[in-house]
Design a binder for this molecule. Structure first.
Ligand code: ZN
Length: 86
């Protein structure tokens, strides 16, 4: 197989299971989940910090490390897109 076909095959691989951050987000209310994802984007844009997001998640009962949040925010985890789960 050519390189491009190999890359296409990797992209087609089904995602999952959700990472720790994704599993926690799944248990939030839809409103909170949108806020969580929005704030993670905010971290990438340097509006917020991972510590702030982690603190609010801790208030909601989820203890998440910066590493997990970072991987999830950058979509380096195995979480399928939320739309796919709906
Ligand atoms: Zn994730």
């Amino acid at each position: 197989m050519g390189f491009a076909e190999d890359v296409a095959a990797v992209a087609a691989k089904p995602k999952g299971p959700r990472c720790t951050a994704g599993q926690a987000a799944e248990k939030l209310s839809p409103e909170d989940r949108d806020g969580f994802e929005a704030c993670l984007r905010g971290v990438l844009e340097q509006t917020f910090t991972y510590t702030q997001v982690a603190d609010v998640m801790a208030q909601r009962g989820f203890i998440l490390g910066e590493h997990v949040l970072s991987r999830h925010a950058r979509r380096k985890c195995q979480c399928p897109p939320w739309e796919a789960a709906a």
